[in-house]
Design a binder for this molecule. Structure first.
Ligand code: ADP
Length: 160
């Protein structure tokens, strides 16, 4: 039996923090499906297609990692693809409350699916996509925080 996990998020855009979590997760499971949320209430900088494309380019060398999108409940998507786990990253105590609530709700909705929290390397604990977007909008260098494909895409976004 192949043990699959999904890693859901907005990925607007993918950062080295996300990639660090994916690297750790892919050693624990046979297959990881990075799932980009289609959230109509959020107004992302990158379109769904762009976020999927940037993830695919950034995950090019990872054999057991796939990229997909979903619209609706995370647990429904997990069931659809036969995943046993939902991966989430925990950076700091500030992430905990929201993540704890989501994990308990998802367990209530689908008790057979386990949320697994992974902690990134310390150097990524302060990193999130919002900071990267803000830095890039001020023409600051983001090469320490995002893979090369994202670096050029975000530069392009703010050069218009
Ligand atoms: P969401 O909008 O669902 O929080 P994100 O794309 O921002 O989506 O994040 C997806 C997951 O990755 C979340 O579990 C988040 O905590 C985690 N994550 C984001 N940035 C980092 C980071 N720098 N280190 C570790 N985990 C991270």
């Amino acid at each position: 039996m192949i043990r699959k996990a999904i890693y859901p998020g907005t990925f607007d855009p993918v950062t080295f923090g996300h990639l660090d979590i994916i690297k750790k997760a892919k050693d624990l499971f046979d297959e990881i499906i990075v799932t980009v949320a289609v959230n109509p209430t959020k107004h992302p900088l990158f379109t769904l297609e762009e976020r999927l494309d940037l993830l695919k380019k950034s995950l090019h060398d990872y054999e057991n990692v796939y990229v997909d999108s979903f619209n609706g409940l995370v647990v429904d998507f997990a069931r659809e693809v036969g995943a046993v786990s939902i991966i989430r990253g925990l950076r700091a105590v500030s992430d905990f409350e929201y993540e704890f609530q989501m994990a308990l709700m998802n367990r209530k909705l689908a008790s057979e699916i386990t949320t697994v929290f992974l902690i990134p390397h310390e150097k990524y604990t302060y990193l999130n996509s919002t900071i990267v977007r803000n830095l890039a909008s001020l023409q600051s260098d983001v090469s320490d925080f995002v893979p090369p494909a994202v670096q050029s895409a975000i530069r392009e976004k703010f050069s218009k």
